[in-house]
Design a protein around this ligand. Sequence first.
Ligand code: FUC
Length: 894
Amino acid sequence: MVRKIITTGLAVFTLAWTGTVFAAEHASGLIADGPGKALRLWYDEPAPDSDEGWVDRSIPMGNGYMGVNVFGGTTSERIQITENSLYDSTEGRGLRHGGLNNFAEVFIDFGHNNTSNYERDLNLNEGVSHVRYEQDGVEYTREYFTSYPDKVMAIRLSASKAGMLSFTLRPTIPFLGTGKTRSGKSGSVVAEDDSITLSGEMSFFGVQYEGQFKVIPSGGTMTVANAQSQSQSQGTIHVSDADNAVILIAVGTNYQFDSKVFLTTENADKLSSFPHPHAKVTRYLSDAAAKSYEQLLASHHADYKEIYDRVSLDLGAAEPTVCTDELIDAYPEGESSRYLEELAFQFGRYMLICSSRAGTLPPHLQGIWNVYSDPPWASQYLHDTNVQMAYAPAFVANMPELFESYVGFFNTFVPRQRQYATQYIEQYNPAQLDPNGDNGWSGPFWTNPYTVTGKSPVAGFGTGSWIAQMFWDYYDYTRDPALLAEIVYPVMYDQANFVSRFVKDVDGVLLAEPSSSPEQKLRNTVGTTFDQQMFYENHHNTVTAAEILGRSDSRLSILKTQLPLLDPIQIGKSGHIKEFRQEQYYGEIGDPAHRHASMLLGLYPGQLINDATPAWLDSARVSLANRTNKTNIGWARAERIAMWARVHDGDEAYSFYEALLGDNYLHNLFNDHRGGPLFQADANYGATAGVAEMLLQSQDHVVAPLTAIPAAWPEGSYRGLLARGNFEVSAQWSGGHASQLEVLSKSGGNLDLRYPNITQSVIKTASGQPVAFVHKGSDQVRIETVKGQAYVVTDIPTCIPVIAPTNLKISEETGTSQIQLSWTGSKNATSYKLYRAVGNAPDYELIAADITATDFTYQSPDLKQVDQMTIKVTAVRADGRESDGGARAIRLLQ
Ligand code: FUC
């Protein structure tokens, strides 16, 4: 069937495209955003039309409803579409076992084989991508965006001369049939009038899918064709001699956020009561087509830029003159490395905006992008690091509403986790079983949109408390009491309920049994630090939340009693934080260079180990140094950025960012997990979170800007990062030192702000009124803030750090109650201070001060009893300032 129609369509205007945009203006304008600089990925040739081209060079876009990868071809454009619920059976959780399926491969045939001045780009400031080139004296331009508010992808095709645009739109369904696909994928592509409908079914979970493509040319003619081959029907639309055209794309399946999906055991029945997506997709497309292209673009901009523009980062880079692939290849050499560092930071934010929108499935291992029928690890949701890393930038990088996508998904699968919780309490601690079946929910390890697992030997139940921690942060960064009461608290409380029944008394402490530290070799043991830290944090956060909400009940009393018994941190004989209770020296059990650093999750993303627990913080540093930089795993490098930032080491943090960008980032900035290439989106999100931790921290409710600025970034500025307490923070630094800090209080309340010498600075409101503050030491102030008020800190006297002593040595004669200490002095020091931390103590006790020598005889009657203590020496300068670090040694009872 071939039909011909004359087109009128909606009005399309050709706008001149310029790659340059200017950073958004911000409310107070006190901290400059740097030069008007576009953050762009750009290339001078299309991505190769292959799987390798997809993973390495295609441009990713997305609106939560669909992910797309644009290749930018001129003979034929290829746009690959992913829809996160188009799921097939999986056989196991490893590499290439089915799972998420490629939704559509869409081709736009132009036949332009003789092009010049080719360029394609993705402009992060705008959330828009372009292709531009010349052929036969005509300049062809294409512009692409994916809109969350209008639920469509829009493509505008333009030619510089009237009547010179001709193309064939040819959507196809990949992996049809039963070949590689386990369960069979059927479907057809049918063109009619100005639209093509691509629809079918993937039978394992009974997923009905539909995509609609509407062509709206201006001028020219449009013809429709439907070819029928044995295997599939192929509808196409051909446009001839148009001035320009718009293509709109909408997709959907019959998947819904309904717990029936997880509670129905028969796979083919999971979706059976939900309507076919035809009506929904038709509505998306007709609603969008009722608007002009400019209206669609304006609503996309309003939505996208509202989130994206909240944060800017300027490391002083100029826009590079080389394409992004050359930038990547040259990194870390070349003049534009700072630009790549800025770009990758914002790219992680961009990817989360594309892949995590309210009402749509959250980002899986590959975010919202998948070209395969057998994606890595079936594109599942893994809760022993990967999902949590996806959301790591959501709060600190000021995009908290993106977490709503996970909230919707969590509420869909949690009824199944309640069933598991009862099953596990029956199995592991039947005496604690609630007779009414209220045992909370247990932590899953992996899930996909259809199935969620119970206990895994690979990771302990701490995965559940780790999920609950994301919910707590969702509240703690945004401070919306209704959100706490209605969404966050029930999740935390029910998780704590499960944990409170699951833990067992072992020698006076409450431990997880069975317990596993993610992916380590020793499994199903007792009380791993992973589980204990996660349990501790969630119990603690739940009790805090109950106080805020004024709740009290018998379970809360149990949580309060249990909290001090959860014993989250054990210090080992290497002065490190143990991963396993049985371990004595670092690395005795499991892989010492393992990619997972699960014993340090209380350092990051948790808050248990913080500046108020200096002995633990020092031990975390020891564990981190021992974990080495040998890992080549993308997400592990991203996590190390944040962990090193939390122990205040900007140079180490930066070295992991550098390694990630240099070794793992592909030419389109997708993270290559471990070579292959093998795309995992987690490190893209995680790198953004890690860099944010270098720029701003707020654990333990102390807002600490510029905590880990590396020597490689001597000057720069950022705007709009978010701290716990709903404080929006901006900072500018030069010579490695803060020249200005600015905090916008979005919820009011006390602001504890830390920066070296801040007590001697000038603090004013944005309108110049002096601000009263109280001191805590020399480096921290407390301001009672007013909601909506911005506070500006200037004239901070430069703080020159005190050099720490090194090489602390202990010697003693057995059986005596005195030990000899000696150390290598610091040239800064006028005196030294000695501290000790006994056993697993979080903080040090002062042993002696004003020591002017570099040795000391320490006498204490308990030296004959204490099994293990950490001794630390610090230097004190003439002005009274003490060194941040010190030399440490472990004293073991002989
Ligand atoms: C976890 C990690 C791996 C990988 C996999 C998908 O098992 O340990 O590195 O990211 O998930």
